[in-house]
Write a protein that binds this ligand. Structure first.
Ligand SMILES: Cc1cc2nc3c(=O)[nH]c(=O)nc-3n(C[C@H](O)[C@H](O)[C@H](O)COP(=O)(O)O)c2cc1C
Length: 197
């Protein structure tokens, strides 16, 4: 028996919800941002490593620091969003492993000695969490506009100097404007993308 409320949730998140490019002025309270994180944090990661770090930029002063670090074609999109999330990979995620992955004996020390492997692990799993984050934004009734057209190194310098955080993308968040989304882009069909072996 299919749970109808679950079906509706899946539609909101996957089929009805899609990428937003401009937003209404309706504010997004910090409590709603907390709800986004409380869902997004359950995205599975290797070793439960959870390398994603999120900075919610939602004051005019903070947005003024961020906008010049977006590609020119993306600035107006973020300017219209009440919140822009900077998603970054913490390449020092291994420090948390004894807490989040206590069964992984020696993992912290192994990653401490392997800087390049640590960076790959941080980025791969932060990207995985980024997918969960976008869906979590939709799950709480907001719209999301993910963007990779950014000066990631510039954002690191401006927002995370002297830290192990490495920006991977930004996500515009708010309520989509009436003309704020393009028609849904085509998706590959089951037969094109799936093999049953
Ligand atoms: C990792 C990533 C990077 C993206 N970068 C940009 C970007 O720089 N600028 C932009 O306008 N859209 C960007 N997009 C939006 C995608 O083009 C959009 O999500 C995709 O075409 C699906 O659209 P739909 O949700 O409307 O079907 C990005 C999306 C993702 C997930």
């Amino acid at each position: 028996m299919i749970d109808q409320s679950a079906v509706k949730t899946a539609e909101t998140i996957f089929t009805e919800g899609h990428t937003a490019y401009s937003f209404t002025a309706e504010p997004v309270p910090d409590e709603q941002l907390a709800r986004v994180y409380e869902l997004a944090k359950f995205t599975p990661t290797a070793l439960n490593s959870q390398p994603l770090r999120i900075t919610f930029v939602r004051t005019e002063a903070a947005k003024a620091r961020l906008l010049p670090l977006l590609s020119e074609m993306n600035r107006a999109k973020s300017a219209s969003a009440p919140v822009v999330a900077i998603l970054a990979a913490d390449t020092d995620f291994h420090e948390q492993l004894p807490v989040v992955s206590p069964q992984s004996i020696g993992a912290k020390e192994r990653f401490a000695a392997n800087e390049s492997g640590r960076s790959v692990m941080a980025r791969n799993n932060a990207w995985l969490q980024a997918g969960g984050f976008i869906l979590a934004v939709r799950a709480v009734g907001l719209d999301a506009g993910p963007m990779g057209g950014i000066n990631a190194a510039g954002i690191d310098e401006e927002f995370f100097p002297g830290t192990a955080l490495r920006t991977i993308m930004v996500v515009n968040i708010g309520h989509v404007a009436d003309d704020g989304a393009f028609p849904r882009s085509p998706r590959l069909g089951f037969d094109q993308a799936v093999t049953l072996a």
